[in-house]
Write a protein that binds this ligand. Structure first.
Ligand SMILES: CC(C)(COP(=O)(O)OP(=O)(O)OC[C@H]1O[C@@H](n2cnc3c(N)ncnc32)[C@H](O)[C@@H]1OP(=O)(O)O)[C@@H](O)C(=O)NCCC(=O)NCCS
Length: 402
């Protein structure tokens, strides 16, 4: 039996994210074209990688119909110009689709089946509204397997507020506002743009270029957030301001074994340490990252205090706060979502997992004193996913100084 190979995240890119719907920048853009664009951008950034050496392509989408159907990994590989000898497939774990693309192909690399692989995801929530065409088995409700509102993500977020009264709307709003301000600061400092692949877009006024995330609201204030409606429940606490918005976008990443990294002179941005998925009651799905993180930490032999950077998907502010409270981390801990999160950037469901990794990798490069980082997210129907990463630029001396 061969030893497990080291799995590294060589690089990752994404399209700028767009607001879903008719007024959004990608309304006239196909979903598959978004992920193809990201893949082409990724390959162009890594010209030393021979395309015919890519062993597999996994692309996730939650709604696998129309321009998100037909085994996306294979169709996107052909459209992106990979040789026909490169296979591909589609993945679905709702919001953790791209994360599951990475862990699935990463496992193949660790096993020795793959040397190089492309993992990503896409969700065009404008063209494919959440839950569209789904036909949940009636037994879910008739046999009371899940609560009636378990498939309404906003309701699951309201239920976390119910369960933890200390997590107030004011805390959610403050967390959401900070996400907007942190993203604005990161853009201002030019930290987000290097990993974006611009996309040509067509609108009534002609052709244009999408170069930045469209949903940003840098002017957000607590006072403004306090006035917003609560669409999921009368007098609720979850609003458009403290939720991730409906979003279109795609991500793509290049994974490799450490042997191939040497062969092609690649510079890995992260090493995969461990990963885990876990389930919770579907009606409080936002708590999912708690058990998945505990499991991933256990598998890595690490504790939460070993983690120097956290990229937590902000499906809802309340859901991230429940994670932070569980682990005793302050709402404003500077290690958490340092450059803002999904509330400001957007959350194109099955694409977001790799967006978290792109952002963590970029921060690792700036923080040689940090050895480990986490990417984690909640998943519909009561799941959580976590991947723990090691920083290849980690320097013990920098850590001591820090
Ligand atoms: C919450 C949700 C229903 C809101 O949808 P929406 O009403 O189309 O959202 P909008 O962007 O139009 O925002 C609604 C209003 O809030 C305002 N708003 C949103 N964010 C704001 C902010 N940060 N500051 C001030 N106002 C804000 C908008 O301007 C808009 O105002 P208007 O009605 O006067 O135009 C939708 O974003 C949603 O379902 N999010 C969750 C997605 C999800 O479940 N993902 C999966 C997670 S597991």
């Amino acid at each position: 039996m061969a030893e497990k190979n080291d799995v590294v995240f060589v690089d990752g890119v994404r399209t700028p994210f767009g607001r879903a719907g008719e007024k959004g920048q990608y309304w006239n853009t196909r979903a598959d074209d978004l992920v193809v664009k990201a893949m082409i951008g990724l390959l162009e950034r890594n010209p030393q990688v021979p395309k015919d050496r890519i062993d597999d392509v996994a692309i996730a989408a939650t709604t696998q119909q129309g321009d998100q159907g037909l085994t996306l990994g294979r169709t996107a590989a052909i459209l992106a110009g990979l040789p026909k000898s490169v296979p591909g497939f589609a993945i679905d774990r709702m919001c953790a689709g791209a994360m599951t693309s990475v862990t699935t192909l990463g496992s193949g690399i660790a096993f020795g089946a793959y040397d190089l692989a492309i993992a990503g995801g896409v969700e065009h929530m404008g063209r494919h509204p959440m839950g569209f065409g789904a036909d949940p088995n009636p037994r879910f409700l008739s046999e009371k397997m899940v609560a009636e509102d378990a498939l309404n993500m906003g309701m699951t977020a309201e239920r976390i507020h119910d369960r933890f009264p200390a997590l107030t709307k004011e805390r959610s709003d403050r967390f959401a506002m900070r996400s907007q301000h942190k993203l604005a600061a990161a853009y201002e400092a030019g930290r987000i743009q290097p990993d974006l692949v611009p996309v040509a877009i067509r609108s009534e006024s002609g052709w244009g270029l999408a170069t930045q995330d469209e949903g940003m609201r840098p002017e957000t204030t607590l006072e403004g957030l306090a006035t917003l409606k609560t669409p999921f429940r009368p007098h609720g606490r979850v609003t458009a301001g403290n939720s991730s918005p409906l979003t279109d976008g795609a991500t793509a990443s290049l994974l490799a074994s450490s042997d191939v990294v040497k062969e092609f002179g690649l510079t890995p941005k992260m090493r995969m340490v461990s990963f885990a998925f876990a389930g919770v009651e579907p009606e409080i799905m936002g708590l999912g990252p708690v058990p998945s993180t505990e499991k991933a930490l256990r598998k890595a032999g690490l504790g939460i205090d070993d983690i120097g950077l956290f990229e937590l998907n902000e499906a809802f502010a309340i859901q991230v706060l429940s994670f932070l409270d569980h682990f005793g981390i302050d709402d404003e801990d500077p290690r958490v979502n340092t450059w803002g999160g999904a509330i400001a950037i957007g959350h194109p469901l099955a694409a977001s997992g790799v967006r978290l990794m792109i952002q963590l990798a970029a921060q690792f490069a700036e923080h040689p004193e940090v050895r480990y980082g986490i990417t984690a997210m909640c998943v519909g129907l009561g799941q959580g996913g976590t991947v723990i990463w090691e920083n290849p630029t980690y320097d013990k001396r920098a850590a001591r100084k820090g």
